[in-house]
Write a protein that binds this ligand. Structure first.
Ligand code: NAD
Ligand code: IPM
Ligand code: MN
Length: 360
């Protein structure tokens, strides 16, 4: 298969982890005889420094022409600590999502049995958990009108949804539920928010097209609690942009770490594949970042983006093997981990690559 892949490493640990995602892609291409070509582009702080723009036109043009995008992360402490800065790294990410029409962000909570002890939740509660989040990605309070009063004492962000935006992601989530355990939980705040009442009404409507799927509705506050109390109750979780952002960081603790969660953003055109984590300034440049979220994002690219199921499985199997043999990065190490088996970013990347090479 011939594919043209754009790599956007971004900021902080983005380049450190994306190096391994790309290396895995190269090895898969070699092992399975695919013809993947690569290009690279700037986004976020790195792009602001080089061009003044968090999403340069050149990056967007390359993105539109590519078959898939592998992204790292954006963000820099400078902006986090100075809310007055108008040009911000995250604007690049939000704009590319909007421009590419990436309205559905799939965030699988893939729990490797070997990591049951890495979580702060009890293994007996976690075991068997398998959740697929569908986070709406191009609407909500993220993209509603933003205002600041002239006297600078009032600010607002409009939380807004259009019916078609809810319909299209709901259909994708129901289709996924049909391929899984046929359960869908839609999470909103319909007891308070009008946009959530439109959300719930629309999901109820779409649910009629999928009578085989058991559909539930849950308020976000309860869902945040239920996710920790009994994560196994969930199969597909469908939710809005902001709620999905927060719930999936919470859910990363089911998988053991932010460094384990991959995501696929899909919609109208080129798929966009990225870890759910950010640029993690606290560990940047220290060889401490877990590269598995980026590597697992590549497996999502192969499966969801290109329909290459066997190739995707080789990656999951290689990660599983590394974990079964007791190797861990710092974030997923626990009391039971042999200290000699705690690896840095580079060593973990190399090991996964070695096992992929053996399996292809
Ligand atoms: P973060 O996800 O960067 O980090 C949260 C915590 O998780 C940190 O303690 C970090 O060390 C840890 N962590 C994250 N990824 C890890 C990995 N691969 N391996 C080991 N540990 C990992 O969130 P934050 O600290 O709130 O944000 C930092 C910056 O990243 C901010 O500027 C924010 O805007 C940006 N951000 C970007 C994205 C993105 O690009 N998709 C996502 C979230 C945050
Ligand atoms: C994510 C991030 C982004 C979001 C930020 C950096 C814009 O937290 O991808 O989860 O909120 O969507
Ligand atoms: Mn987030």
């Amino acid at each position: 298969m011939k594919k043209n892949i754009l790599v956007i490493p971004g900021d902080g640990i983005g380049p450190e982890v994306t190096t391994w995602g790309k290396a895995v892609l190269e090895q898969i291409a070699k092992g399975f005889g695919h013809d993947f070509s690569y290009d690279e582009a700037l986004m976020g702080h790195a792009a602001i420094e080089a061009t003044g723009n968090p999403l340069p036109d050149e990056t967007l043009e390359k993105a539109k022409k590519s078959d898939a995008i592998l992204f790292g992360a954006v963000g820099h402490a400078k902006y986090d600590n100075d809310p007055s800065l108008k040009v911000r790294p995250e604007q690049g990410l939000l704009k590319i999502r909007k421009e590419l029409g990436l309205y559905a962000n799939l965030r699988p909570i893939l729990l490797f049995d070997e990591l049951l002890n890495a979580s702060s939740i009890k293994p007996s509660i976690l075991k068997g958990t398998d959740i697929l989040f569908f986070r709406e990605l191009t609407g909500d309070v993220y993209f509603g009108e933003k205002t600041r009063s002239e006297d600078n004492n009032t600010a607002s962000d409009l939380m807004i949804y259009h019916r078609y935006e809810v319909e299209r992601i709901a259909r994708k989530a129901f289709e996924a539920a049909m391929q899984r355990r046929k359960r869908l939980c839609s999470v909103d705040k319909a007891n308070v928010l009008e946009s959530s009442r439109l959300w719930r009404e629309t999901v109820q409507q779409i649910a009629k097209e999928y009578p085989e799927v058991q559909t539930d509705h849950m308020f976000i506050d309860n869902a945040a609690m239920q996710l920790i109390k009994d994560p196994k109750q969930f199969d597909v979780v469908l939710t809005a942009n902001l709620f999905g952002d927060i719930l999936t960081d919470e859910a990363s603790q089911i998988a053991g770490s932010m460094g384990m969660l991959a995501s696929a953003s899909v919609g109208e055109s080129t798929g966009f594949f990225e870890p759910i984590h950010g640029s993690a300034h606290d560990i940047t440049g220290k060889n401490l970042a877990n590269p598995l979220a980026s590597i697992l994002s590549v497996s999502l690219m192969l499966e969801i983006g290109f329909g290459l199921k066997d190739e995707a499985k080789v990656i999951i199997d290689a990660v599983d093997q590394v974990l079964k043999e007791g190797f861990r990065t710092n974030d997923i190490a626990d009391d039971t981990t042999n200290p000699y088996k705690v690896l840095g970013t580079k060593e973990m990347g190399q090991l996964v690559l070695k096992y992929i090479t053996q399996k292809t």
